[in-house]
Design a protein around this ligand. Structure first.
Ligand code: PMP
Length: 361
C-alpha cells in the first residue's frame, strides 16, 4: 500500500500533521470551543423553511457575491459598515486561507504570537507562506512595545493577532492592535472568532476607518452556535474584498449555506442569548478549578486554559474514559476546557475534583 511518504508531496508539507482534534461521540464534548447549547426550536423552524425555499433554486448556481448575506452581516456588525466591506467563506478558516492566498505565498511571511490558534501555521504551509512564531510573555498578554519590536525585528508581510486568543483566552488590547498596525506596512488580521464572549473589549471593527490594511475576521461557529454550517466572515476595506475575489473559488458559498446564515442572522438575539450563561459557566469552572489549586488563566472567551496538571495527557485520557472530552494542546502542565451547559460544566468540575482527590491530577 502507498503511504504519504511515497508521494511527491510539496516540500513544505513534508512531515506536517493535519488538524485533528478528536471527534469522539462522548456525552460531554468540551474540546473545540463550540457553543454546546442547542439552537432555539423556533429559530430551527425558520431556518428549515428558509432552506426549503432555497432548495427550489439549486438547479442554478448560487449568488456568487452572496449579496443578501453580506447585507445581513453588515447590519449585524453595525458601526456603519457597508456590504462592500463584508466578505464570507466556509468558516473563518477559509477566510484566513483566502487572505494568505492573496497576500502571502512564496517569499512572504506570516507572524503571530504563540501559543495561538494551531491552524495559523498549517494555513501558512498550505499557501507556501513562511511561518514566524514569536513567543508570548509568561502571562500570555501582548504589549504594544513587545508586538512592535517583534514586527520590527522580523519584517513580516502579514501579522495575525487573535483576540481573545485561542488557546489561552487572553483578551487583546486595543493599543496592541494600533501598535502592530503602525509598526509595518503589511496586512494586519485581527481574528475575533471569540469576540462575542468578551464583554469588556470593543471590537476592532471600530478601528477600520482610515486603516485599509486592517482585516477583522469573525465566525458564526462559536457564540452564534452555528459551527456545523461553516460560516466565517471578514470586515475590511472594499479593496481587500476585491483582492479576495481573485483567489476564491467561483460560487464558494452554497445556496444552502447562504440561506441558513441569512436566517440565523435574522435571529441574532436568540442565537446569542446563551452567551451570558456560557460566561457564567466559564467563571464557575474557573473558580472551582482555582479552589482545587489549579492555575486558571484570565479568559475573555468561552474556554479556559488551566495549568497545574502534573500529567496533562493522563488527565485528558482519564476524563475521556469518563465520557468527557477536553483538549491537550501540548502546553506543559496545561489543558484547555470549553465552558459548556450547566450540566456539562458540573460534570467536568466533578470529574477533575475526583481525579485530584485520587492523586492523578
Ligand atoms: N480562529 C480561531 C481563533 C479559532 O479558534 C477557530 C476555530 N477553532 C477559527 C478561527 C476557525 O473557526 P471556523 O472556521 O469554524 O470559523
Amino acid at each position: 500500500m502507498t503511504s504519504l511518504s511515497d508521494l511527491p508531496l510539496r516540500a513544505n508539507l513534508v512531515g506536517k500533521a493535519p488538524y485533528g482534534a478528536p471527534q469522539d461521540p462522548v456525552p460531554v464534548s468540551l474540546n473545540v470551543n463550540e457553543n454546546t447549547h442547542p439552537i432555539p426550536e423556533d429559530v430551527v423552524e425558520d431556518i428549515v423553511s428558509t432552506l426549503a425555499e432555497a432548495v427550489r433554486g439549486v438547479n442554478r448556481y448560487p449568488d456568487r457575491e452572496f449579496t443578501v448575506l453580506r447585507e445581513a452581516l453588515a447590519g449585524y456588525l453595525g458601526h456603519g459598515l457597508t456590504p462592500e466591506q463584508l466578505w464570507a467563506a466556509n468558516g473563518s478558516n477559509e477566510v484566513l486561507q483566502q487572505i494568505l492566498q492573496a497576500f502571502g505565498g512564496p517569499g512572504r511571511s506570516l507572524l503571530s504570537f504563540t501559543p495561538t490558534y494551531s491552524m495559523y501555521p498549517l494555513l501558512a504551509s498550505g499557501t507556501d507562506t513562511e511561518w514566524i512564531p514569536v513567543e508570548r510573555p509568561a502571562d500570555f498578554a501582548l504589549t504594544p512595545e513587545g508586538v512592535a519590536a517583534a514586527i520590527a525585528e522580523h519584517q513580516p508581510d502579514i501579522v495575525i493577532l487573535c483576540g481573545p486568543n485561542n488557546p489561552t483566552g487572553t483578551p487583546l488590547r486595543r493599543d496592541v492592535i494600533l501598535a502592530a498596525y503602525d509598526a509595518f506596512d503589511g496586512i494586519l488580521i485581527v481574528d475575533e472568532a471569540y469576540h462575542e464572549f468578551d464583554a469588556d473589549t470593543e471590537t476592532a471593527v471600530t478601528l477600520l476607518p482610515g486603516r485599509h490594511r486592517l482585516l477583522v475576521s469573525r465566525t458564526m461557529s462559536k457564540a452564534f452556535a452555528f459551527a456545523g454550517v461553516r460560516l466565517g466572515y471578514l470586515a475590511a476595506d472594499p479593496a481587500v474584498i476585491d483582492a479576495l475575489r481573485l483567489v476564491r473559488l467561483p460560487y464558494h458559498l452554497s445556496a444552502l449555506t447562504q440561506a441558513a446564515a441569512v436566517a440565523a442572522v435574522r435571529h441574532a438575539d436568540a442565537m446569542l442569548a446563551t452567551v451570558a450563561d456560557i460566561r457564567a459557566q466559564r467563571d464557575r469552572l474557573g473558580a472551582a478549578l482555582a479552589e482545587l489549586g489549579y492555575v486558571v488563566h484570565e479568559s475573555g472567551s468561552n474556554f479556559l486554559l488551566v495549568g497545574g496538571f502534573a500529567d496533562p495527557e493522563g488527565t485528558f485520557e482519564a476524563l475521556r474514559a469518563r465520557g468527557i472530552l477536553i483538549r491537550n494542546l501540548s502546553i506543559p502542565g496545561h489543558l484547555r476546557i470549553t465552558a459548556g451547559t450547566e450540566a456539562e460544566t458540573t460534570a467536568v468540575i466533578e470529574a477533575i475534583a475526583e481525579l485530584s482527590v485520587s492523586g492523578s491530577r
